[in-house]
Design a protein around this ligand. Structure first.
Ligand code: CP
Length: 293
């Protein structure tokens, strides 16, 4: 794998290779890189999990993370994304992790010779989030075939929904959507269903964050009305299918997408997703830097 930009570039074999390797790493089967490697994590949008998770993954692999803070960088003097990335290449980085508000920002980075791992592009893709989600589902069910997954909420703004829909379909799962009409995405392939029906029939309830920052002037729902209509309430939790799990990429709007008391409930794998994220990012980095350790 030369870059990881979108889930559309991965075939089922690639996804399963990354999952199996992440599982082996989680079981302690990995060696840090023996030779010196340098990665810079260029985050132009806020992040807690993805950035910290990459930093942890790099540290465990013995990779030096070269610090970058967009708010104290020459981006403020007008430097372009390409020139920023090219600079990191020139000073010796072996790979870059990039998150940017512009969808498909990576189209501007063709001149780079080092790999780019997409940490999230606008409303486009979030491939490492999708891979850690897939690992978490596979850990629980041991297969994707025949699983029914509902993605609920702010579909049109969700790069997580887009990436997971593309991957889950390839892997043999059925994906349905639920949520407000205004946030539907016509380009995403899948039936829209009533959330009350979905909670009873789906194996995976994947809640998506209401992305207030991407709504501009559009009026949002009140927290209470959104939660009552589209959120995972205590009542809906009690009607979930046996063995079904709750996922959320986080950060969570407590009391909106999900009742705060359910975030660490027995069916929730939300913090397991975050834990798996480190192992999956180690797996991706190993693949990208073409080393078995
Ligand atoms: N899930 C996710 O991408 O979280 P952060 O925005 O905190 O990185």
């Amino acid at each position: 794998m030369d870059n990881l930009l979108s889930m559309t570039q991965l075939q089922t074999d690639d996804i399963m290779r990354l999952i199996k390797r992440a599982q082996a790493i989680k079981a302690g089967k990995f060696e840090p890189f023996k030779e010196k490697k340098y990665i810079s994590n260029l985050f132009f949008e806020p992040s807690t999990r993805t950035k910290a998770s990459f930093e942890m993954a790099e540290s465990r692999l013995g990779i030096h993370s070269i610090p970058f803070n967009a708010d104290h960088s020459s981006v403020l003097k007008g430097e372009s994304l390409y020139d920023t990335c090219r600079t990191m290449e020139a000073i010796g980085c072996d790979a870059l992790v990039v998150r940017h508000a512009m969808t498909a920002y990576y189209d501007d980075l063709d001149g780079l010779s080092i790999p780019v791992i997409n940490g999230g592009d606008g409303s486009g893709s979030h491939p490492t989030q999708s891979l850690l989600d897939l690992m978490t589902i596979y850990d629980r069910f041991g297969t994707f075939e025949g699983l029914k997954v509902v993605m609920a909420g702010d579909i049109s703004h969700s790069r997580v929904a887009r990436s997971n829909q593309q991957a889950l379909k390839k892997l043999g799962a059925t994906v349905v959507f639920s949520g407000p009409e205004a946030w539907r995405d016509k380009e995403m392939d899948g039936e829209y269903v009533d959330f009350d029906d979905a909670v009873e029939s789906c194996d995976v309830i994947m809640l998506l964050r209401v992305q207030h920052e991407r709504h501009g002037d559009q009026a949002d729902f009140t927290k209470r009305s959104y939660h009552n209509q589209y959120g995972l309430t205590l009542k809906r939790y009690q009607r979930m299918k046996q063995g079904a799990i709750i996922m959320h990429p986080a950060p969570v709007n407590r009391g909106v997408e999900i009742d705060g008391r359910l975030i660490e409930s027995p069916r929730s794998v939300i913090f397991e997703q975050m834990n798996n994220g480190v192992f999956m990012r180690m797996s991706v980095i190993q693949d990208i830097l073409r080393s078995e350790g």
